[in-house]
Design a protein around this ligand. Structure first.
Ligand code: R5P
Length: 280
């Protein structure tokens, strides 16, 4: 068995290789002058292959497709580990005539992969488009990261409440939630609410930080409610459009994420979670 580290997930792939006592295949990734991608995978000979590649950008998706192609007639089987499944937020028709992006992505991936492993995909609807999916929850890891600290966890919206409940159970702390309305991709409004966080250290927990506007709005409310400090934690640090600056400007002291998307703030690894799923 070999692991192919996609260009988006080199660190996580090598952590998995160590845990699974497996070799990494030799890979070459290049970009042509016109922006097209080039992929070469060496040393695969009729064996099972685990491909590790998050989809955080369009190039990540195209590179994944080319990795699958490079494995044609060489891999006995392919397990696609896609720690961050991009395109999952367009998981239904919001208006007539739209593409259901995750349906297209699911069809593409499953036309090559024998199994797909992902972590905290955006929604149950998104999950429903896959037939061979193993879905993993990193919320217990976020919770354990804070275990022993006297904090209150806050979900920025009802959609994340169940996730935060799980994280808070592992952190052994109290939790509450806010109510968010999304007006468009870049505008969120969060209703003020009695939170009972006066002089508390608060950690806002979400699945994804994209623009950071959700957490920034939530942080302002929490600080206005008298919290002593506010940090935030997420599974997928997409961090689009100066998200970290936005968060620190809103008063967030620390931002922590897993390594599903590899960023300097990826302090928590999902490698063991994925490795044990692959072993079983
Ligand atoms: C939304 O349903 C998700 O759980 C996140 O709250 C959202 O994707 C965060 O986006 P942004 O960081 O752009 O506000």
């Amino acid at each position: 068995m070999k692991i192919v580290a996609g260009g988006a997930s080199p660190l996580l792939a090598s952590r998995l290789a160590t845990l699974l006592k497996t070799e990494l295949a030799k890979t070459t990734y290049r970009e042509f002058p016109d922006g097209e991608l080039y992929v070469k995978i060496e040393g695969i000979e009729e064996e099972d292959v685990i491909v590790v590649q998050s989809i955080n950008t369009n190039n990540d998706l195209v590179q994944l497709l080319l990795i699958f192609d490079a494995l044609t007639n060489r891999a006995e089987s392919i397990v696609a580990v896609i720690p961050y499944m991009g395109y999952a937020r367009q998981d239904k028709l919001f208006s007539e005539g739209e593409a259901i992006s995750i349906r297209a992505v699911a069809r593409l991936i499953e036309s090559y992969a024998d199994k797909v492993v992902t972590v905290n995909i955006h929604s149950k609807e998104a999950m429903g488009y896959f037939k061979k999916l193993i879905h993993l929850d990193a919320m217990p890891l976020l919770g354990k990261f804070y275990e022993g600290r006297s904090i209150t966890m806050i979900s920025p919206d009802l959609g994340s409440l169940e996730r935060v409940r799980v994280a808070a159970a592992h952190a052994k702390c109290r939790f509450d939630y806010l109510e968010k309305t999304r007006l468009d991709e870049e505008t969120v409004v969060i209703k003020p609410k009695e939170l009972g966080v006066k002089n508390e250290d608060v950690v806002i927990v979400d699945d994804i930080i994209s623009t950071g506007k959700t957490i920034a709005e939530a942080a302002k409310l929490v600080l206005e409610a008298g919290a002593r400090s506010v940090e935030c934690a997420c599974v997928h640090a997409v961090l689009a459009k100066q998200a970290l600056n936005r968060l620190y400007s809103a008063g967030v002291r620390r931002v922590v994420a897993t390594d599903t998307v590899e960023k300097p703030i990826s302090e928590i690894s999902v490698a063991e979670l994925i490795a044990s799923a692959l072993k079983s």
